[in-house]
Design a protein around this ligand. Structure first.
Ligand code: ZN
Length: 137
């Protein structure tokens, strides 16, 4: 079951530059930066109420974020929904005929299990499922 919007992902060329705005001008609190090897990105996570903004900077020209920046420029990259069971969520999406980018979850930022749906299946918005951390505890 989807429980909330976990975060909005925003593609940026430079987290250092973007932090001046999100932290400095907007006054959001940065929980920290992290390199996510599976996606070839550096992330910076900002708390906004009980959800987050996730800045994404490519760490390699092969990164999906580098390709996104090349074609679309900086901007909203994906919406991540928190789910209490990512395996069931993916199975339901599969049964509904949605196109999955990840057939099984990968390890995303914060060590969470995540998986992406293709934007062609979700009205043009790259969609992430993000398993809430307590589910498997
Ligand atoms: Zn994300």
């Amino acid at each position: 079951m989807i429980t909330k919007i976990a975060h909005l992902g925003i593609a940026v060329r430079s987290i250092a530059t973007a932090r001046l705005v999100y932290e400095g001008a907007l006054g959001l609190v940065c929980e920290g930066e992290e390199v996510v090897a599976s996606q070839q990105v550096r992330t910076a996570l900002f708390t906004v109420g009980d959800t987050h903004i996730e800045l994404l900077e490519p760490t390699s020209p092969e990164s999906p974020i580098a390709k996104f920046l090349d074609t679309k420029g900086e901007g909203i990259h994906h919406i991540a929904y928190a789910t209490d069971n990512i395996d069931a969520q993916l199975q339901a999406a599969r049964e509904q005929g949605l196109r999955l980018i990840h057939e099984t979850p990968i390890i995303g930022a914060g060590g969470k299990r995540v998986a992406f749906l293709h934007p062609k299946s979700t009205s043009g918005v790259l969609t992430e499922f993000c398993e809430e951390e307590n589910h498997r505890a």
